[in-house]
Write a protein that binds this ligand. Structure first.
Ligand SMILES: *Cc1c(COP(=O)(O)O)cnc(C)c1O
Length: 413
């Protein structure tokens, strides 16, 4: 897009694209429908010319947000949705057909995993693999394999997929490679670095940062050859083949399924996105300091954080993410500590689900997000009853460490 840095182009993107009255922000357009002076122009927009007709297919405000995400991911275009899950569902439901095979990381966001069940009901075959090891991904390939789907960092285990190895293999095989970049995000690394074909981001997390709007995007990196993808409908096989994938996602996914992002949410997410690099630096520094502090405490059995040398993919994370390691941390407390009593002692962190918020959030994993799967499955996944997930925010580092210090101080082991 330009030779400037990540944030420079992000914060000047609106006015450079041309706004009324020199406004430095893209104005918020709440209009549901768009009218035309010329009937031919109205027809042209319906026939593929770029423009706006009805807000379920986008507004100038969602388009401005999409430009920002496209810039951050160094892609060729993006489509926005009402949430990250809407974006993920649209990718699966519009690009896979009955009889296709999907290879998916088994360390995957719970709701994404739930969508896989729906896909199977519609006749899509799914193989779950340990994506930290590219050999397992390769071994799962069948003649009907169409897509490989992985997340960058798993929640709550913080395992790192072999993103670059899988990307290289998918490129060689001509397979569609979809990366959910939500957990590390485009500031630490655009998923194009790993040869992703499509990138999904939940904007509800770090990109918005403020925790008062949901949104999601799918970005095309421009690396995949859609001309050879068999599941593109005849109607969308026109013009530059680079655009075929996103066109199908936009028409069959956004327009037909209807999970459109509202302009006011798009506006708030775009404002949040402007400070992503500043916030991520503070978040990563906080998470690293907290991880180092916690791993030295006798009341803590284990800390999961890619920034720690003890993490099995520490070297991989260092290579991928410019010596920063994200804001997700998992901490297993000593089994003698009552996890609920411990959490009730915290004064700074909020007891809450959600990730990538400016506020640090903590929850007991087994009793909340992994409750539904049952004790047996949790044991298989290594989710201990005393495991906490911490989504680190932008508070002053000493306040976060101090909060844990006072709560841990109640337990002399
Ligand atoms: C939260 C999350 C999603 C879903 O995003 P929503 O905006 O909440 O729908 C998808 N993938 C990952 C990795 C997430 O953390």
């Amino acid at each position: 897009m330009s030779v400037n840095g990540f944030t420079t182009d992000l914060i000047h993107a609106d006015r450079r694209a041309g706004t009324e009255h020199g406004a430095v922000h893209q104005p918020l357009h709440p209009s549901s429908e768009y009218a035309f002076k010329d009937a031919r122009e109205l027809a042209a927009v319906f026939q593929g010319k770029s423009g706006f007709s009805y807000a379920r297919q986008g507004t100038p405000t969602t388009a401005a947000l999409e430009r920002k995400i496209t810039h951050m991911e160094q892609g060729i275009g993006s489509v926005s949705f009402a949430s990250g899950m809407a974006a993920i569902s649209a990718v699966f439901l519009t690009l896979l057909r009955q009889g296709d095979h999907l290879i998916c990381s088994k360390y995957i966001f719970g709701n994404t995993n739930s969508v896989l069940g729906t896909l199977q009901q519609f006749g899509v075959e799914v193989s779950l693999v340990d994506a930290t090891d590219v050999e397992q991904v390769k071994a799962a390939k069948k003649t009907n394999t169409r897509m490989v789907f992985v997340e960058t960092i798993s929640n709550p285990g913080t395992w790192l997929a072999d993103l670059a190895g899988i990307g290289q293999w998918c490129t060689e095989q001509g397979l569609l490679y979809v990366v959910d970049n939500t957990l590390s995000g485009p500031y630490l690394a655009p998923a194009k670095d790993f040869q992703a074909s499509l990138v999904v981001n939940s904007l509800s997390k770090s990109i918005g940062g403020h925790g008062h709007a949901l949104g999601g995007t799918v970005t095309d990196t421009g690396l995949f050859d859609w001309a050879h993808y068999p599941n593109i409908a005849e109607a969308y096989r026109t013009g530059n083949s680079q655009n075929w994938g996103l066109t199908q996602i936009k028409k069959k996914g956004l327009r037909d399924m209807g999970a459109a992002l509202a302009s006011d949410a798009a506006h708030r997410l775009a404002v949040g996105a402007e400070t992503l690099s500043l916030r991520m630096r503070q978040v990563c520094d906080n998470a690293m300091a907290l991880a180092q502090y916690l791993q030295q405490q006798p009341q803590v059995v284990r800390v999961y954080y890619p920034g720690l040398a003890s993490h099995p993919q520490h070297q991989r994370a260092s290579d991928y993410f410019k010596q920063r390691y994200g804001g997700l941390l998992a901490v297993e407390l000593h089994p003698d500590i009552d996890v609920f009593d411990f959490l009730n002692r915290l004064k700074v962190l909020a007891l809450s689900t959600h990730l990538g918020d400016n506020r640090s959030l903590v929850l007991p994993v087994a009793h909340t997000i992994y409750y539904e799967m049952g004790a047996q499955q949790r044991a298989v996944m290594g989710i201990a009853d005393n495991l906490l997930r911490i989504s680190v925010g932008i508070e002053e580092t000493e306040d976060l460490i101090g909060d844990f210090a006072q709560a841990l101080g109640a337990y002399r082991l």
